[in-house]
Design a protein around this ligand. Structure first.
Ligand code: ATP
Ligand code: MG
Length: 232
């Protein structure tokens, strides 16, 4: 693996009604695992879509591994090695687990053997259709599919949303394994305990800007920041 970092510098982006991101800046170092936190509607998903070129930055700059990707097309950004697992997961109801995993793949990506080794649940269910998978299995399949592309940066939007605690644990183990191998990761989370446990660093977005950055220990110790920007 050849992990890469990413940085956003004063990025403005949004939808027709105006800017959601208002000078958003943050960075993720190669091999670092960052949790992106913030209230509903603060701009977390918008930031991820802007990184991927799904939304265009109106100003500012985004660099991945020292390459300016601000105005690149989504497929080019993906080709440079950023894999994005959206909240919606994108699993096809009529395709089997195995079909999902064989539809995509890059030379530098994970082999099927490695995928099934890392995700034994997917191995057990390899012939099951997407519609027959639980939410947790769909999430694992979405992550596995991303790894088939051999990403240098893996971005996950709310991977534990709606999942039972036992499945959240399985996903935590998988993410910790990826971190151990040095994968750079950005994870948006509403489950703050989960985020604080697995992240190297936490960035908090509030109303489209970076409001706070620190380690999980600093996050736990800072009641005021948690109350002001997360309401907890
Ligand atoms: N497709 C869209 N068109 C117009 N406005 C949108 C669209 N998607 C999001 N927004 C608005 O942009 C703002 C930021 O939304 P975003 O989805 O980035 O928030 P978020 O931090 O991911 O929130 P959540 O925790 O609910 O997922 C919100 O005010 C939202 O209503
Ligand atoms: Mg979101």
């Amino acid at each position: 693996m050849n992990p890469a970092g990413i940085s956003l510098q004063s990025v403005d982006a949004g939808y027709d009604h105006g800017h959601v991101l208002q000078g958003l800046s943050f960075s993720v170092e190669p091999g670092e695992m960052v949790a992106l936190l913030g209230r509903n509607g603060s701009g977390k998903t918008t930031a991820l879509k802007t990184i991927m070129g799904i939304l265009r930055a109106q100003s500012g700059r985004i660099e991945f591994s020292d390459i300016d990707i601000t105005d690149k097309a989504t497929y080019k950004i993906a080709g440079l090695g950023i894999a994005y697992v959206p909240e919606t997961r994108g699993i096809f109801a009529s395709l089997s687990v195995h079909e999902h995993l064989t539809l995509v793949g890059a030379k530098s990506g994970w082999s099927l053997d490695r995928i099934y080794d890392t995700f034994p649940r997917l191995a057990e269910r390899r012939s099951h259709r997407g519609s027959k998978l639980s939410g947790g299995e769909q999430q694992m399949l979405a992550i596995a599919r991303a790894l088939r592309m051999g990403p240098r940066l893996l971005i996950l939007d709310e991977p534990t949303e709606g999942l039972a605690p036992v499945i959240v644990e399985e996903i935590a183990t998988i993410i910790e394994g990826l971190k151990h191998e040095g994968m750079t990761m950005v994870i948006v989370e509403q489950n703050y305990a989960f985020a604080a446990r697995i992240a190297d660093r936490i960035h908090i977005i509030g109303r489209g800007r970076l409001r706070w950055s620190g380690t999980p220990a600093e996050f736990d110790a800072d009641d005021e920041v948690r109350f002001t920007w997360l309401g907890i």
